[in-house]
Design a protein. Structure first.
Length: 369
C-alpha cells in the first residue's frame, strides 16, 4: 500500500527534497512516535519530546480551528519514493508516492505532530486539513543530528512583549494595548518590544509586565465582558498611578525613567503583578470604595533600599521576578493596605527575611477593627 501526496520537488545544496501536502489524519500514521529518552544522547536523531508542551499546542488548534497556523514539518524518509510529474512543462510539480510502512523520522516538528494527534481525537474532522511536510532522504545518524542542529541553530523565540503586541486573539493582550495608550501614566512609557529594559531606556514598563499585571487584576476575560473589564482596568491603573508620585514626576519631566528604575521598585514587573493581584482582591472585597483604599500606596516605601523588600521582591541588590515573588509582593501590598490575608499569604510573609512592619501593620488594622 502506498501513500500519495501533491508535492513539489526541489534541490538544496547537493540534495533533492520534496514538499508534500499531507492531510492531518495521515500525520500520526506517517510519523510514528519515537521515545528518544530510551537512547543515550549521542544515539538520538532528535531531542526528547517535552510532553508538557503538547496540551498548549493542542488547545491552540482546537480553539482556533478556522484560523490556526503551522510552519512545515521537516522529516527524513528511509525508502524509495516515486515522484510522478503532472506535465513535461513542469517536471518538479506532481504526485509523491511513498510506501505506507516507510520509516520516517521528524527532524523538526515532533511537538506539532503530537498535538495534531491529540486534536484529532477531539475533532476528527480536522483530519481533512493539510500541513506541508519537507522531506529529505535519510542518510545516517550523523546527518540527522546535523539537520537538527542546523534547523535549531539560529532559532530565536520572540520577546513576550512582541508576542502580546501581535496577538490579536488574546483578549487580555488587546486590553493591555489599549491601557498602554489610554492610561496617562503608561502612555509613551511602555516598551512594546523588549522583555526587559536596558539601563538607559526612556521607558518605565514593558508590555509583558503590564499584560501579566492586568491578567492578575481581571482574571478571565470573555467577549461579553471585555468592554466592562477594560473600563475597570483603566479606572484601576489610573487610580494606582494617582498614588505613585514618582510616576507623575517622570511624566512631568522632573525625573528620568532611568533614575526612577534605579532608585524605586514600583515599575518593575514583580511589583506591577503584585499590584494587579492585590487589586483583584481589593475590588472583590470593596466593590464600592476600592479606589479610596489605594491611597495607602502613598505610605509604602517603594525605594529599593527599603529592607522590607528583601525576601519579598528583592534578593540583595537584585529585583526578583519569580512566581513566588509575585505572590509574596501581592500579599505584602495587601498587608500594607490593611486587607485581610489568607493563611498561606500570612505564612509566606512570615517566612520572608524582613517583614516585621507588615505584620505589625496587620495587627494594628485588626485592633482598629
Amino acid at each position: 500500500m502506498k501513500l500519495s501526496f501533491p508535492a513539489m520537488r526541489g534541490r538544496m545544496g547537493n540534495r533533492d527534497y520534496y514538499v508534500a501536502m499531507v492531510k492531518l489524519s495521515i500525520v500520526p500514521k506517517m510519523f510514528k512516535f519515537r521515545d528518544w529518552a530510551e537512547l543515550p544522547p549521542e544515539q538520538r536523531a532528535q531531542r526528547v519530546i517535552t510532553k508538557s508542551r503538547i496540551p498548549a499546542i493542542t488547545k491552540y488548534i482546537l480553539e482556533n480551528e478556522d484560523d490556526y497556523l503551522f510552519s512545515s514539518l521537516t522529516a527524513s524518509y528511509n525508502c524509495d519514493p516515486q515522484f510522478r510529474p503532472l506535465a513535461e512543462a513542469h517536471p518538479d510539480i506532481g504526485v509523491l508516492e511513498v510506501p505506507f510502512d516507510s520509516d520516517m523520522i521528524i527532524n523538526d516538528g515532533q511537538h506539532r505532530r503530537a498535538a495534531i494527534e491529540e486534536a484529532l481525537r477531539e475533532k476528527p474532522h480536522l483530519g481533512e486539513h493539510t500541513i506541508s511536510v519537507v522531506l529529505f532522504p535519510w542518510e545516517d545518524l550523523d546527518r540527522m543530528q546535523q539537520m537538527f542542529s542546523d534547523l535549531n541553530r539560529t532559532a530565536r523565540t520572540t520577546s513576550k512583549s512582541l508576542n502580546i503586541l501581535y496577538n490579536h486573539r488574546d483578549l487580555v493582550s488587546q486590553i493591555t494595548l489599549t491601557l498602554s495608550e489610554k492610561v496617562e501614566a503608561f502612555r509613551g512609557l511602555v516598551d512594546k518590544d523588549r522583555v526587559s529594559l536596558p539601563l538607559r531606556s526612556p521607558k518605565l514598563f514593558t508590555l509583558g509586565a503590564l499584560h501579566d499585571a492586568t491578567a492578575a487584576l481581571l482574571g478571565d476575560v470573555t467577549d461579553q465582558s471585555m468592554g466592562e473589564q477594560e473600563e475597570l482596568a483603566t479606572d484601576y491603573w489610573n487610580a494606582v498611578a494617582g498614588n505613585m508620585p514618582e510616576w507623575a514626576k517622570v511624566k512631568a519631566g522632573d525625573m528620568k525613567p532611568m533614575e526612577l528604575r534605579q532608585e524605586f521598585i514600583h515599575t518593575h514587573a514583580v511589583v506591577l503583578c503584585g499590584l494587579g493581584a492585590m487589586g483583584k482582591s481589593l475590588i472583590e472585597n470593596y466593590p464600592d470604595d476600592w479606589a479610596k483604599k489605594l491611597k495607602g500606596l502613598r505610605n509604602i516605601d517603594w525605594r529599593r533600599t527599603n529592607k522590607e523588600w528583601q525576601g519579598i521582591a528583592m534578593s540583595g541588590t537584585d529585583v526578583v521576578n519569580r512566581r513566588q515573588s509575585r505572590v509574596d509582593t501581592a500579599a505584602f501590598i495587601k498587608g500594607k493596605l490593611g486587607l485581610v490575608l489568607t493563611p498561606s499569604e500570612k505564612r509566606s510573609l512570615e517566612s520572608a527575611t524582613d517583614v516585621k512592619s507588615v505584620m505589625n501593620d496587620l495587627r494594628r488594622f485588626a485592633a482598629k477593627a
